[in-house]
Design a protein around this ligand. Structure first.
Ligand code: PMP
Length: 388
């Protein structure tokens, strides 16, 4: 065995022993909420396609037309020859939706954060980041080389203390948080954070991957409550409620110009395929023409939480913390045997001891399926959880 293969095998064995080995399971999803796994048809409650737009006839047609017109790939970085005409259209649409001056699209949300954070701050600067922020914000932080401190989840007092302790000696300060937290479904207090950031001359950036299309009347977490929070850096993804693929940053014109010039994951990565961009434009058409549609996923989540006497959801994501990884995977298997796909989420994605079932709700889930699922959780999962 080569030293490379020996290393890979030993590392895998070590990860397996620590319950960290993962497998990719083939999932054939051809309809809105139905998926086939291991030969069985299941109703999926763990997909981020919150508005089911990846399966929408109009969105699919737009992607097909774009392929017919422009081909399947963009062929180069956007700075070379990959900047096909659809990019500018989508960027203008997103900027308008987010009430920002401008927008720049990246290859994915993950790439966006890896590119944006180091383009804005570096050594001599300060980053304050919520402890439950998505992996790509944390990796962007690491890549930047800025001094970084983690604040307790949604804890404005802790954030204030960190600003008081560290802001003074830093040139610039970036505050990073998810707008909607991907594993907990709660919202960041973006309005309060925006005020705090401004008072300390800090720049607030929200990762609204799970917000666009579903909260704040479809505009995202900055718009919850009806008044726009003053968030100068609104980042997000096109891969969830928008039903396509790609990431974006909405910001002022100088900031977007700087990102286009300086973000390495934009400059050195091939532009998105035209079909992905066209699909996102069509998805925004559907969302803007049907303002009530964006409210449906949270309404469906609320039907589930009401049936279980859980707190009202702030987003379409409802976590049910089980605790240990093994018990969580057993609960997931139990639901799968009953025809429901709800994946278990384990450390290191979530903190140790908080492994959970993560239910996500979409516009096209049927009420009777949601209520039957809630009944199964009430009768078969909650009693076991209480007993452990
Ligand atoms: N941020 C958050 C909060 C996410 O949940 C995700 C996707 N898991 C990303 C960023 C990455 O986005 P993308 O899938 O477009 O790379």
């Amino acid at each position: 065995m080569s030293s490379l293969d020996a290393f890979a095998a030993a590392k895998l064995a070590e990860m397996e022993a620590r319950n960290l080995r993962r497998w990719l399971v083939e999932t054939d999803r051809r309809e809105e909420v139905r998926a086939t796994r291991n030969g069985r048809e299941l109703i999926s409650f763990c997909c981020n396609d919150y508005l089911n737009l990846s399966q929408n006839a109009r969105v699919k047609k737009a992607a097909i037309n774009a392929i017919e017109t422009y081909g399947t790939g963009s062929g180069a970085s956007r700075l070379v020859t990959g900047n096909h005409p659809l990019f500018g259209i989508l960027e203008a649409r997103l900027a308008k939706l987010k009430q920002a001056e401008d927008c720049v699209i990246f290859g994915s949300g993950y790439l966006a954060n890896l590119g944006i954070v180091p383009a804005l701050v570096g050594p001599g600067d300060l980053i304050l980041v919520d402890e439950l922020s998505h992996s790509c914000l944390l990796m962007g932080t690491k890549l930047s080389g800025a001094e970084a401190h983690i604040f307790r989840h949604n804890d404005l007092g802790h954030l204030t203390d960190l600003l008081a302790a560290h802001r003074g000696h830093a040139r610039h300060c970036l505050i990073l948080t998810d707008g909607v937290f991907s594993m907990d479904g709660d919202l960041a207090p973006v309005h309060e954070m925006a005020v705090l950031a401004k008072a300390h001359d800090a720049w607030l950036m929200t990762d609204d991957a799970h917000g666009i299309g579903v909260v704040g009347e479809g505009r995202g977490s900055s718009f919850v409550g009806g008044v726009k929070a003053d968030v100068p850096l609104q980042m997000g993804t096109l891969s969830k409620a928008i039903g396509s693929y790609g990431g974006y940053l909405c910001a002022s014109k100088p900031v977007v110009d700087l990102i286009r010039t300086r973000a390495r994951t934009l400059i050195y990565s091939t532009g998105l395929p035209p079909a992905s961009v066209a699909a996102a434009i069509a998805a925004l058409d559907v969302i803007e023409e049907n303002p009530d549609y964006a409210a449906l996923p949270v309404k469906k989540a609320a039907l589930f939480t009401r049936a279980l006497n859980l707190p009202a959801p702030e987003s379409p994501i409802v976590p049910l913390v089980i605790g240990e990884a093994e018990a969580t995977m057993k609960a997931s298997a139990l639901l799968e045997a009953e025809g429901y796909l709800v994946t278990g989420i384990r450390p290191p994605t979530v903190p140790a001891g908080t492994a959970r079932l993560r239910f996500t709700f979409t516009a096209e889930h049927k009420d009777e399926d949601i209520l039957r699922l809630a009944g199964l959780v009430r009768d078969r999962i909650l009693p076991k959880r209480a007993a452990e």
